[in-house]
Ligand binder design. Structure first.
Ligand code: GDP
Length: 547
């Protein structure tokens, strides 16, 4: 009973076009999709970010109903429209590129109040690269000052109802944004003024809140794809290369597959059909390519955290994120699906190599109770989150904490390097305890540092017990500072050495370092010392004849 007639046999066999939504964060991608399908995903999402490739199917019926005011229903030839909602977060370049790869057309969302933003441009580049056509949804028009809402109305009708001021403001912003697109080498124009579709990209003003322009957007998507992409949208029954288009499956719709061994299938990988003339090995190789590219991200050293995610796409996004220079967390094992005991076992291998890497970063997956129990027993950490950034925050807090603990343990043994010059007329006490004014010639003088006089025989005179800078106690003093230090004997049985007898004004004082103290310093305080200070450690090493 469809009112739209199929013009001929081949066109009757069109599949649904696949569309993805792209654009900068917060431009309203999720809201727009909600508005189109009349649901509210945005509120239910983790942190409002769409992280998985999800899709919504709009049957032609639905589109016809919603566009009837535009009086264009007779022109619908496709069975429907499949909209994929791709994630909007900056760290998802990869996932997004997967999204745009399989799309026939894209909606590029731009906020009318903000214009083109970094992610808009990134999306544009992806679209250009893949030669994917797109329609610009110029969203949030309802935010123009004085906007009169006309719920779900076509945009021309809506515009006519707006005051001169609103129209003027709209035109001003539109012109600005068209200029910004020009700067990216693209011609754009309001869709109903666009005379050269294809050459010039169409802009549809929309509001995802009150629904203005949504009918226009839907209709334009369908019309444009069925007009310009008939070839691409046509089902074929003949065998083409290695692909066999099965009669009973209409692509671009969700289907359920029942088969043996499906539990080993990885979500997000491609599906291949093997025909009688196909080389199975070739196809196996192609099938492995998706996974292989991920395996190449594993750290060669074999040291790194374990990473687990729900789908190939999200695993890819997570790996991409961990690899980025600002994060830089090495990965030793990757896996898809829930965390099981065997995964904990794999992670526990790291306990002996690097304790902090005996960690599983679980993104959007469940942890079985047995796995949790084993992890607790073995000392493997599992961090779970459904936002990649949160995983990083948890892991970083954990690492920082570990470092702090280690530092505290090491504090007793670490000796910071320093070279001190005794200042004349600043001898406050010659012994028990020695109190002197000194200038820090090199390095860091720190409370707890053992001090010695480097004569032919080293004379140990005790440890720095306290430091005063301008009469205020401090924990350490740096090169160039003049401070008073109190030195107490480190060995209570022995009489403390005395200024004026065992050492004198022209003697320099240095930290007494050892092989062990250097190692502890290097392992725990590497970043706390400057390059100059490390050079000085080297000099002391020679002085103390440390191998
Ligand atoms: P996304 O990051 O691109 O998916 O953006 P969202 O859909 O999460 O929207 C970001 C914010 O903008 C939310 O607070 C939305 O309610 C709001 N928003 C989205 N579309 C519109 C719109 O057309 N008009 C107005 N006024 N607000 C909108």
């Amino acid at each position: 009973q469809n009112s739209y007639a199929w013009p001929n046999q081949s066109e009757a066999n069109l599949r649904s076009p696949i569309c993805c939504i792209m654009g900068h964060v917060d431009t309203g991608k999720t809201k727009l999709l909600d508005c189109i399908r009349g649901t509210n995903v945005q509120e239910g999402e983790a942190g409002g970010i769409t992280q998985q490739i999800g899709a919504t199917y709009f049957p032609a019926e639905n589109i016809r109903e919603r566009t009837k005011e535009l009086k264009a229903d007779a022109k619908l030839k496709v069975p429907g429209l499949l909209v994929i909602d791709t994630p909007g977060h900056e760290s998802f370049t990869n996932l997004r590129s997967r999204g745009s790869g399989l799309c026939d057309i894209a909606i590029l969302v731009v906020d009318i109040m903000h214009g083109l933003k970094p992610q808009t441009i990134e999306s544009l580049n992806l679209l250009k690269m893949r030669n994917t056509k797109f329609i610009v949804a110029l969203n949030k028009v309802d935010r123009l000052y004085g906007w009169k809402a006309c719920r779900n109305a076509p945009i021309v009708k809506t515009m006519k109802q707006q005051s001169k001021d609103v129209q003027h403001e709209f035109n001003r912003r539109l012109t600005d944004i068209i200029t910004q697109f020009k700067e990216q080498g693209l011609n754009t124009e309001l869709y109903y003024k666009n005379k050269e579709m294809g050459e010039t990209f169409s802009i549809v003003p929309t509001s995802a809140i009150s629904g203005e322009g949504i009918p226009d957007l839907l209709l334009l998507l369908v019309q444009w794809t069925q007009k310009t992409m008939v070839d691409k949208l046509m089902y074929r029954n003949e065998v083409q290369g290695t692909y066999l288009h099965h009669k009973e499956i209409k692509a671009a719709q969700g289907i359920k597959i029942t088969a043996q061994g499906l539990e080993h299938a990885i979500a997000g990988t491609s599906l291949y059909v093997v025909g009688s003339h196909d080389d199975l090995e070739d196809i196996k190789e192609s099938a492995m390519e998706d996974v292989q590219s991920l395996l190449s991200r594993i750290d060669k050293s074999g040291e790194g955290v374990c990473v687990q995610a729900s789908t190939l796409g999200s695993l890819e996004a997570l790996l991409e994120f961990l690899k980025s220079p600002a994060v830089s967390i090495p990965v030793s094992v990757i896996s898809i699906g829930p965390v099981h005991k065997k995964d904990v076992m794999k992670a526990s291998v790291m306990l002996e190599k690097k304790r902090e890497f005996a960690t599983i970063l679980a993104f959007d997956v469940k942890v079985t109770p047995e796995a949790r129990e084993l992890a607790d027993k073995a000392g493997v950490k599992i961090f779970i989150a459904d936002i990649i950034y949160h995983l990083f925050d948890q892991f970083k807090a954990y690492i920082d904490n570990l470092k702090e603990e280690k530092k505290k343990e090491a504090a007793q043994e670490a000796v910071f390097p320093c070279l001190l010059k005794i200042m004349p007329n600043r001898i406050y006490n010659k012994k028990d305890p020695i109190i002197l004014g000194v200038e820090i010639l090199k390095g860091i003088a720190k409370v707890g540092t053992p001090i010695c006089i480097p004569r032919r025989e080293f004379i140990d005179i005790g440890q720095i017990a306290s430091i005063e800078n301008n009469d205020k106690p401090v924990d350490y003093a740096k090169e160039g500072q003049e401070v008073a230090i109190k030195i107490v004997g480190s060995n209570s049985q022995e009489q403390q050495k005395m200024f004026g007898r065992h050492f004198d004004i022209e003697d320099e004082l240095v930290s007494h370092i050892s092989r062990k103290s250097i190692d502890v310093l290097r392992d725990n305080y590497r970043g706390d010392l400057s390059l100059e200070e490390w050079k000085f450690v080297k000099k002391l090493k020679i002085l103390f004849k440390i191998q």
